[in-house]
Design a protein around this ligand. Structure first.
Ligand SMILES: Nc1ncnc2c1ncn2[C@@H]1O[C@H](COP(=O)(O)OP(=O)(O)OP(=O)(O)O)[C@@H](O)[C@H]1O
Ligand SMILES: [Mg+2]
Length: 226
């Protein structure tokens, strides 16, 4: 489902962010990506989202060969993944409902399916009661749950999260990963970058460790499914 084969990434200023990285993440897996600041974690995610191109090697995501991706294939690739960032990136002048609705509208979903799906995903993340609130009226953890609802609304096969718990307190962080865990149990592949060893240890899933752009360790999923 996500396959890196000898991938290197050198930015235009000469920085080598990834160096000969290979791994495969199967459909339905949950993997944490860890490593020091500057190790190349966000670069790895940006390559998967086709926001950056590889310098060497090949990446396959959901059957798309990212080295030979045409401009018109990008929307289909992006639609198959839900993306969550550390800073939530919600639209401030839209309500919770509208933020999630907007993500569906841009894919030309019908009004009927939007009316059915948006309340459903808000319910999934426990925010059914907050549909009419604005982002600024919510806690950090709640805002991140809106971002997660938005990522989920188009029913992606992969969720990519770059430090989704970086701006929220430990208890809320646990809840967010717990939600990702539940989403994973329904079959969605999860890739989550984190600095928090506590979370990684708590959830016991696969850990891909990046060090100076190289794959330093790849520890298999040790979790017992709840
Ligand atoms: N657009 C860019 N142009 C040039 N160099 C970049 C660019 N983006 C990242 N880099 C460099 O590539 C390396 C890896 O950066 P990356 O953002 O992937 O690290 P990271 O592991 O996500 O770090 P952090 O934990 O701090 O978020 C760093 O040396 C960084 O300075
Ligand atoms: Mg980063």
């Amino acid at each position: 489902m996500i396959c890196f084969d000898s991938v290197s990434k050198v930015y235009s200023n000469g920085t080598k962010a990834l160096d000969n990285v290979s791994f495969t993440i199967e459909k339905g897996e949950f993997a944490f990506i860890v490593g020091a600041s500057g190790a190349g974690k966000s670069t790895l995610l940006k390559l998967i989202m086709a926001e950056e191109k590889t310098s060497e090697g090949t990446i396959t995501v959901n059957g798309f060969d990212l080295s030979h991706l045409s401009q018109k294939e990008i929307p289909a690739l992006r639609k198959s993944m839900g993306i969550v960032f550390q800073d939530f990136r919600l639209i401030e002048n839209m309500t919770v409902y509208e933020n999630v609705e907007f993500a569906m509208r841009v894919t030309n979903a019908s009004t009927r399916s939007i009316r059915r799906r948006v309340p459903y995903v808000l319910g999934l993340v426990g925010l059914g009661e907050k549909a009419r609130s604005y982002p600024r009226q919510l806690s950090g953890g709640q805002q991140q749950r809106v971002a997660l609802a938005r990522a989920l609304v188009n029913n992606p096969s992969i969720i990519i999260a770059d430090e989704p718990t970086g701006n929220i307190d430990p208890e809320m962080s646990h809840e967010i990963v717990e939600l990702l865990n539940e989403i994973n149990h329904c079959g969605t592949t999860i890739l989550m970058v984190t600095h928090e060893h506590r979370l990684v240890n708590e959830f016991g899933r696969r850990v891909i460790n990046i060090k100076d752009g190289k794959l330093a360790a790849d520890i298999p999923d040790g979790s017992v499914r709840k």
